[in-house]
Write a protein that binds this ligand. Structure first.
Ligand code: IPM
Ligand code: MG
Length: 357
C-alpha cells in the first residue's frame, strides 16, 4: 500500500515525523513517498501544489498531510499561497467528505474552557462538505459593482452554490455515519435566509427517506453555533456545507480543549483519503520540538481504518495514544499541574513504546 507523505510547513514536518515512526512500528509494510507542499512546495518548485506532489498524491492509496501556511507567504498572490495546496488537493482528488471528530478524552476534561459537566464524555462527528459551496463557486473576484446603491464602486464577490448531487452524496455519507453511531443526524443550514441552504435542507430531507432508522433534525447555523457551547453532548453527527463546516468544526474542536488532539479525514467516493490534524501549521512554535503530534498520529489511525482497511492496526494506534495519556504524558498545549510535560519526539517515543507493549 502506498502512502503519500506531505509534511508541509511550520510544525508539519515535526509532527509527521512522529506519525511516520508510529506507522513504521506496526507489523505492516507501507510504501511511503514524501513530497513538498504548501510553502515548502513554493520554495522547492515555485508552487504550493507542485505537479510532482499532485502526481504522488493521485497515485497513492492514502495521503498523510501535516499542515500548510506561514505568515511570510501572506503577501503572495492568492494562487501561490500555501492554503491553495490543501484546497487544490481536495478539489483535484474529489475529497468531498470531511470527517472531523471532536472527542473529549476523560484525562483531558480539565483542558476545556467549558465546565467539565458540559463536555465530559463529548463525542461528536462533524461531516463537512469539502469541495463545493462558496469556497469554490464561480464567479468570484473583485469587479466594478454592476448595480444597486453601490453601482460603479469596486466590490468583492463570491458565489454560494450547491448542485443536487453534491448535497445527496454528502448526505448519504452523513446518514451512513450516523447509522454506525448514535443514529442522530443534525443538518445545519441557513434556510431562513439563503436559497442554497433551503435547497440543501430539501435534498437532505429527501435522502432521509432512505434512512428512516436515523433521526434527522435541521438547525440554523447560528443556533448550531450556540447549541455547540450550550449543550454540545446533544449532538451526535452534524452535516453541513463547506463554509459553515469550517467554522463549526473549529468551534467543536475547542470544546475538547485541545485542537492538538483532533484528527480529520477527507474522503472521496471510494474511501481514498487525505488525513491531517485539525490544527494548522503553528509557525510560532515550529522547530521548537513542543508541538503535539497526537492529532497527526490519530489521523494516521483514521487512515488505517478508512483508506487502508486495517481496522485492527487503527485500534492499536488509538489504544497506544490513550495509554500515553493515562501515563500522564502531555505536550505543553494540554499540560496541567500533576502531569508530565514532554516534547514532540518524546511523545512519539511514548506512543511507539506503548504499541510494543
Ligand atoms: C481547514 C482550514 C482550511 C479551510 C484553510 C487552510 C484553507 O481552515 O481545513 O479548516 O478553510 O478549509
Ligand atoms: Mg478551518
Amino acid at each position: 500500500m502506498k502512502i503519500a507523505i506531505l509534511p508541509g510547513d511550520g510544525i508539519g514536518p515535526e509532527i509527521i515525523e512522529q506519525a511516520v515512526r508510529v506507522l513504521n512500528a506496526l507489523d505492516e509494510k507501507f510504501e511511503m513517498e514524501t513530497a513538498p507542499v504548501g510553502g515548502a512546495g513554493y520554495e522547492a518548485h515555485g508552487h504550493p501544489l507542485p505537479e510532482g506532489t499532485l502526481k504522488i498524491a493521485k497515485e497513492a492509496d492514502a495521503i498523510l498531510f501535516g499542515a500548510v501556511g506561514d505568515w511570510k507567504y501572506d503577501k503572495l498572490e492568492r494562487a501561490l499561497r500555501p492554503e491553495q495546496a490543501i484546497l487544490g488537493l481536495r478539489k483535484n482528488l474529489n475529497l468531498f467528505a470531511n470527517l472531523r471528530p471532536a472527542i473529549l478524552y476523560p484525562e483531558l476534561a480539565g483542558a476545556s474552557t467549558l465546565k467539565p459537566e458540559v463536555v465530559s464524555g463529548l463525542d461528536i462527528l462533524i461531516i463537512r462538505e469539502l469541495t463545493g459551496d462558496i469556497y469554490f463557486g464561480q464567479p468570484r473576484g473583485v469587479r466594478e459593482c454592476p448595480d444597486g446603491p453601490f453601482k460603479g464602486e469596486r466590490e468583492g464577490f463570491d458565489t454560494m452554490r450547491y448542485a443536487e448531487s453534491e448535497i445527496r452524496r454528502i448526505a448519504h455519507v452523513a446518514f451512513q455515519a450516523a447509522r454506525k453511531r448514535g443514529k442522530r443526524l443534525t443538518s445545519v443550514d441557513k434556510a431562513n435566509v439563503l436559497e442554497t441552504f433551503q435547497f440543501w435542507k430539501d435534498i437532505v430531507t429527501d435522502v432521509h427517506k432512505e434512512y428512516q432508522d436515523v433521526v434527522l433534525e435541521h438547525m440554523y447555523v447560528d443556533n448550531a453555533a450556540m447549541q455547540l457551547v450550550r449543550a454540545p453532548k446533544k449532538f451526535d453527527v452534524i452535516v453541513t456545507g463547506n463554509m459553515f463546516g469550517d467554522i463549526l468544526s473549529d468551534e467543536a474542536s475547542m470544546l475538547t480543549g485541545s485542537i492538538g488532539m483532533l484528527p480529520s479525514a477527507s474522503l472521496d467516493a471510494n474511501n481514498k483519503g487525505l488525513y491531517e490534524p485539525s490544527h494548522g501549521s503553528a509557525p510560532d512554535i515550529a522547530g521548537k520540538g513542543v508541538a503535539n503530534p497526537l492529532a497527526t498520529i490519530l489521523s494516521a489511525a483514521m487512515m488505517l481504518r478508512y483508506s487502508l482497511n486495517k481496522a485492527e492496526q487503527a485500534d492499536r494506534v488509538e489504544a497506544a495514544v490513550k495509554k500515553v495519556l493515562s501515563q500522564g504524558l502531555r505536550t505543553p498545549d494540554i499540560h496541567e499541574e500533576g502531569t508530565t510535560k514532554v516534547g514532540t519526539k518524546e511523545m512519539g517515543d511514548a506512543v511507539v513504546k506503548a504499541l510494543a507493549s
